[in-house]
Design a protein around this ligand. Structure first.
Ligand code: DGT
Ligand code: CA
Ligand code: CA
Ligand code: ZN
Length: 597
C-alpha cells in the first residue's frame, strides 16, 4: 500500500514551486503582476486539493478544468509530473536572487525593498540581510529610514516565531495521520493526541501522542512506530518514549507508551496545560491525594485510587469532566468542582456558513458549484451566505453595485432550481479609512447579510473605524476583526472593551474567521466578547471548496473562548438570524429618531 505522505508529495512540491514562481514574478516588477497573482492562486488551489495531482489524468485539457488553473499553468503541472521539473522555473531562477525570494513572505520585505538590498549590497540570503540590518549597515540608504528598519525587524521577529510554531490546521493534519497509523499497530489498545494539539491552541510547538499497550509489547511497538514513513531523524527512543522529527520538516513528535491502568492519568498529564496540571495537582494534594502521570494515589499509603481513564479521575475528584480546550488555568478547575462548566458548542451544532467567496470576486468556484457541494458534504447546513467583495477590493475582484444585481438574479435562479431559499445574498463590504463603507446605504439595504471588514490601514488604531461600522444600520457583522495573519502580520490595535460594548449595544455580531492563519477573533477575546453579551458567528471565509472544512478550526476557537451553542449565531435557524437582524434595524431606527428630534 502506498503511504499517505508520499501520496501527497506532488501537491506540496508543486504548490511550493508555484509559490516561488509567483515570488520571482513579483520580484521582476509590476508588469508581471498578473502572472504573480496567477501562480499564487494556483499554489493555493493545489495545496487545498483533496486528492494528489498524480491521481488526476495527466494531460493539459483535464487539468485546465480545475478552477483557478489556466492552460499555461496546467502545462507546467504536466511537465512536472512527467519530468520532475519545470523549465520555465529553472529559467526564471537565473533572473532573480533566489536566496532572497522567500524574504518577500516576511512582512515589510516587499519586492522593491528586496531589490535594493540585492542591487546595492549584493546580499544573497536572509541571514546575511538580517546581520546587515542589525549591524546598522543599511542606515542612511535611501528608503531605509529608522521607521522602515524598525518595521523590517518587527516583520523578521514575527516570521521567526511563525517558523518555530505550526499552525493548528497543519498540526492537526499530520497529528491525525500519525494517530490513525499508530492505532493500527498490533498491540496498541488506545491512542490519543495530547498536548496543545488536543487543547486546540492556535499554534502548536510539537505534536504529542499518548498510546496504551501491554508493557511486554512496548519495545516491538516502539520499533514499529519509528519505521513509519513519516519518521525522519530520531531524537530519542526509549522503552516508553519515542521522539522524532517528521520527514521534510522541523516538526517534532513525542510519543509515550503507557500501561492500561495509567492511560487516563498520562493522557491528562501530557494534555496539559502545564499551568492547569500544577493547579490540579496542588489542589489534589490538599485533599490528601497524589496526582501524577502514573495515576491518583493515597498520599499516605500510596494506594492506587484512579488513573485508567480521565473520566475515572474526575469522578474520584468529584469534578465535572473538563474539555481539553478549557484546560488553561482560567477558572475551569473551580467551576468544574461546582459542576458549573459551560456545555461547549460543537461542530454538529453549526447550521450554516455566513462568509464565503465565489468566482464573482476572488473565490475559485461558481455559486452553483458551492451550493451543490455544501448540500452534499455538509448536510446539516440550512443556509449559506455568499459574501463577495465590494468595489475597493480591486485585487480581489470586488464587485460593483450592478454586478451584485446580476448576482442576485443568479442566486434566485439557483435557489429556484434547488427548490428552497438555501443561498442568501451577502457582501463583505470594506470599511474605508474614515470608517465609512464602500457601498452606499441603498445598495447595502438589499443584502440579507452584511459583513464589514478592514482590508487597509493596518498600522493604526482601528477602534474608531470599527465602532463607526457597528453604528451603520445595515452592518450585521464585523469580519476578521483584528486583521492579524498568524506569523505574518500582527493585529492592529483595537480597544476591545469599547468595541464589544458597541457591538452588544447595536446588535452587531463579531466573526470568528476560521482561516488557519487568521483564527480571528482569537480565543481570549471571544471569552471577553461573550461576557459583554456580544453575539458570535463562526465562518470559514472559504475561497475554495476544501476550505469549508475549516469550520472545525473556528469551532475550536469558540470552545477555547468558553462558548456554548447559544452564543453562536449560526447554530440557529435562519428565522432566528432574521430576528437578530430586526434588533439592529430597531436600534438604527431609534438612533435616527433621537437625532432627528
Ligand atoms: P507546545 O508543544 O509548546 O505547543 O505546548 P504543549 O502544551 O504541548 O507543551 P509540551 O509539548 O512541552 O508538553 C506537553 C504537556 O506535557 C504539557 O501541556 C503539560 C505536560 N508537561 C510538560 N512539561 C511539564 C512540566 O514541567 N510540569 C507539568 N506539570 N507538566 C508538564
Ligand atoms: Ca506539544
Ligand atoms: Ca512535547
Ligand atoms: Zn472574506
Amino acid at each position: 500500500m502506498k503511504q499517505m505522505l508520499e501520496d501527497r508529495r506532488y501537491n506540496h512540491e508543486l504548490a511550493d514551486i508555484f509559490h516561488r514562481m509567483s515570488a520571482c514574478y513579483k520580484y521582476l516588477g509590476p508588469q508581471q503582476r498578473f502572472r504573480a497573482i496567477a501562480y499564487e492562486t494556483a499554489s493555493r488551489i493545489i495545496d487545498g486539493l483533496k486528492d494528489d495531482l498524480s491521481m488526476y489524468p495527466c494531460d493539459v485539457k483535464s487539468l485546465d478544468k480545475l478552477s483557478g488553473i489556466g492552460e499555461s499553468i496546467a502545462e507546467k503541472i504536466v511537465e512536472y509530473l512527467k519530468t520532475g521539473k519545470i523549465t520555465a522555473y529553472e529559467q526564471l531562477k537565473n533572473k532573480v536572487p533566489e536566496g532572497l525570494l522567500e524574504m518577500m513572505d516576511i512582512a515589510g520585505f516587499g519586492p522593491a525593498t528586496v531589490k535594493i538590498i540585492y542591487d546595492k549590497f549584493g546580499l544573497t540570503n536572509k541571514e546575511e540581510v538580517i546581520d546587515a540590518i542589525e549591524a546598522g549597515k543599511l542606515k542612511g540608504v535611501r528608503g531605509f529610514g529608522l521607521k522602515k528598519i524598525e518595521n523590517l525587524m518587527r516583520g523578521w521577529k514575527l516570521y521567526k516565531q511563525g517558523q518555530e510554531r505550526m499552525l493548528l490546521s497543519e498540526a492537526l493534519e499530520v497529528g491525525n495521520e500519525l494517530l490513525s497509523k499508530i492505532r493500527k499497530i498490533e498491540g496498541i489498545d488506545k491512542a490519543e493526541l495530547a498536548g496543545s494539539l488536543r487543547r486546540r491552541k492556535e499554534t502548536i510547538g510539537d505534536v504529542d501522542i499518548v498510546a496504551c499497550a501491554k508493557r511486554k509489547d512496548w519495545k516491538k511497538i516502539s520499533n514499529k512506530i519509528l519505521k513509519l514513513t513519516q519518521v525522519g531523524r530520531v531524537l530519542a527512543s526509549g522503552e516508553t518514549k519515542a521522539s522524532f522529527l517528521l520527514k521534510d520538516s522541523r516538526t517534532q513528535v513525542d510519543i509515550r507508551l503507557v500501561n492500561e491502568d495509567e492511560y487516563g492519568s498520562a493522557l491528562m498529564y501530557f494534555t496539559g496545560s502545564k499551568e492547569h496540571n500544577v493547579k490540579l495537582r496542588t489542589w489534589s494534594k490538599s485533599k490528601g491525594w497524589k496526582l501524577s502521570e502514573y495515576g491518583v494515589f493515597d498520599a499516605k499509603t500510596d494506594k492506587r485510587l484512579a488513573g485508567r481513564t480521565e473520566e475515572e479521575i474526575y469522578k474520584w475528584f468529584h469534578m465535572q469532566y473538563i474539555p481539553p480546550e478549557l484546560r488553561e488555568e482560567k477558572g475551569e478547575i473551580e467551576l468544574s468542582r461546582e459542576y458549573k462548566l459551560p456545555k461547549l458548542v460543537e461542530l454538529d451544532d453549526i447550521r450554516g456558513d455566513l462568509h464565503m467567496h465565489s468566482k464573482w470576486s476572488d473565490g475559485a468556484e461558481e455559486i452553483e458549484t458551492i451550493a451543490q457541494f455544501i448540500l452534499k458534504e455538509f448536510t446539516r447546513y440550512e443556509y449559506i451566505i455568499i459574501t463577495d467583495h465590494s468595489p475597493t477590493e480591486r485585487v480581489a475582484g470586488g464587485l460593483q453595485p450592478e454586478d451584485f444585481k446580476k448576482q442576485f438574479l443568479e442566486i434566485d435562479r439557483i435557489n429556484k432550481k434547488l427548490g428552497k431559499n438555501f443561498i442568501k445574498k451577502g457582501v463583505e463590504v470594506d470599511i474605508l479609512l474614515d470608517g465609512s463603507l464602500d457601498l452606499n446605504d441603498d445598495v447595502l439595504k438589499q443584502f440579507d447579510w452584511v459583513i464589514a471588514s478592514i482590508h487597509t490601514g493596518f498600522n493604526r488604531d482601528n477602534t474608531e473605524r470599527l465602532v463607526k461600522a457597528c453604528q451603520h444600520p445595515s452592518v450585521n457583522c464585523i469580519g476578521h476583526p483584528s486583521g492579524r495573519l498568524i506569523g505574518k502580520r500582527e493585529p492592529y490595535s483595537i480597544d476591545f472593551k469599547i468595541l464589544f460594548k458597541k457591538l452588544a449595544e447595536t446588535g452587531t455580531a463579531i466573526e470568528i474567521n476560521s482561516q488557519p492563519d487568521r483564527l480571528d477573533l482569537k480565543d481570549d477575546f471571544v471569552k471577553e466578547a461573550v461576557e459583554h453579551g456580544v453575539t458570535i458567528t463562526i465562518s470559514t471565509d472559504a475561497h475554495m471548496l476544501s476550505q469549508f472544512a475549516f469550520m472545525e478550526l473556528g469551532v475550536s476557537v469558540a470552545r477555547r473562548g468558553w462558548c456554548t451553542q447559544k452564543h453562536i449565531l449560526n447554530t440557529q435557524s435562519w428565522h432566528s438570524i432574521e430576528t437578530f437582524k430586526e434588533y439592529k434595524a430597531g436600534f438604527a431606527a431609534k438612533e435616527s429618531s433621537t437625532i432627528n428630534h
